[in-house]
Ligand binder design. Structure first.
Ligand SMILES: [Zn+2]
Length: 407
């Protein structure tokens, strides 16, 4: 077969390849296309004197070892390989041995930096498996590239001047795989992630901070049911503890659902069916329901007294977040708990009891300026990243992916 070969006489094309594959100490030797793949070969540039990394003295090339790296597709040609030698150098002055490689190739991944960057960008928007169709790179190789690029390009966590921390646990595996996440409550930056949801999982974060960095933290927002309280109190005795709104709202939703289930058990015939399918109606914010579903909700609440009471209590609890003064918030919370206890709904009596026990941490919410939307949107991001990247087997990679999204 007659294979076209770019060499002397192919002036323009050769120039293009020379420009594209420019790398200090190397020059283009040839580019060949065999009908399936393009192989670009680089060689050591004789005009270039390699320098010793220790003393800057001239180094002699002892040995050349050829490697092949994968590159980005070029036009319709999906397979492009770059062949080039790693140059084993020996310094003629101090005798140090070193290796020179073209800067455009990542020696750990056997790929060009362009390819790795393009794959990493694709992995931000699509599952790693999509890299197969785009770049001819398998999913696990795509994850490997993406991780290497993120390790190199993401800045270190900013640990200075933090005023508010958000601490949360997230399930990352079916069953019981949890991680502890720590976010800057103002910027939303993910600062830390550790396996588990125990107090030690959070302790590792405080070990990273200097005493000055600890002192700037005014408040830490946690779930009241979690194990982090003792750890926060032990490490940051001066910081306020705030129970986070979203877990409370979720617990409140559970109480509504418990009422719904007990009403379903008590209902007969047609009524049973109406209550059964009402979970979504009861737990979704009214303003997010379609007009016909809103009418359904009104009808349900009109015929079922207990569900109606639960719904009114649920709505009333939300007003707590509007308070700016702790005293006023505290008064309102006590009033609400009084109503909940008087409702005769067991689930709400229980919820009110647990809320009163956590009174200080709940009221503290209005004292600190949380951008709580951050945590909510971050929760959505965590789920999306986990579903998309399936990167939960590698927690370091998961941390990098989440950090990328949080920045
Ligand atoms: Zn030297």
């Amino acid at each position: 077969m007659n294979c076209p070969r770019i060499g002397a006489g192919w002036g323009d094309v050769q120039n293009l390849f020379t420009q594209l594959f420019r790398s200090e100490g190397y020059c283009l030797d040839s580019a060949e296309f065999d009908g399936v793949q393009i192989v670009v070969t680089l060689r050591g540039d004789r005009r270039f004197t390699p320098r010793c990394p220790c003393c800057e003295g001239a180094a002699a090339i002892n040995r050349e070892e050829f490697n092949t790296a994968r590159d980005l597709p070029l036009g319709p040609v999906r397979e492009v390989r770059v062949r080039c030698p790693a140059l084993q150098l020996k310094c003629s002055e101090c005798g140090t041995c070193s290796t020179l490689r073209p800067s455009l190739i990542d020696p750990c991944a056997n790929a060009t930096g362009w390819l790795m960057k393009a794959v990493s960008q694709a992995c931000r928007r699509a599952p790693p498996a999509a890299a197969e169709a785009l770049f001819g790179v398998g999913a696990s190789t795509a994850r490997h590239y993406d991780k290497a690029v993120l390790e190199r390009t993401l800045p270190a966590p900013r640990l200075y001047g933090i005023r508010v921390l958000l601490v949360d646990e997230k399930s990352v595996r079916k069953g019981h795989g949890y991680v502890t996440l720590v976010l800057d409550g103002e910027s939303g930056e993910l600062l830390y992630m550790a396996e588990g949801k125990k107090k030690d999982s959070l302790g590792g974060f405080f070990d990273l901070l200097s005493s000055e960095q600890m002192e700037s933290i005014e408040a830490v927002c946690i779930d009241r049911a979690g194990a982090y309280k003792a750890c926060v109190e032990g490490n940051l005795p001066g910081a306020g503890i705030v129970y986070d709104k979203f877990h409370l709202v979720a617990n409140l939703g559970d109480a509504v659902d418990e009422v719904r289930r007990s009403e379903w058990r008590a209902a007969q015939g047609e009524g049973k069916k109406v209550v059964k399918g009402s979970r979504y109606l009861l737990l979704t914010n009214r303003e997010n329901l379609a007009p016909d579903r809103r009418r359904e909700l009104r009808e349900l609440l009109a015929v079922n007294e207990n569900l109606s009471a639960a719904y009114v209590l649920k709505d009333a609890f939300k007003r707590l977040w509007d308070y700016v003064y702790p005293g006023a918030a505290s008064n309102y919370l006590h009033r609400w708990c009084g109503m909940a206890k008087a409702s005769g709904l067991a689930a709400f009596e229980k919820f009110a009891g647990s809320v009163l026990a956590a009174h200080d941490g709940i009221v503290a919410y209005c004292r600190h300026s949380f951008t709580t939307g951050l945590l909510e949107s971050f929760n959505a991001t965590v789920s999306r990243v986990i579903t998309r990247s399936c990167g939960v087997r590698d927690l370091k990679y998961l941390f990098l992916k989440l950090r990328q999204e949080s920045l």
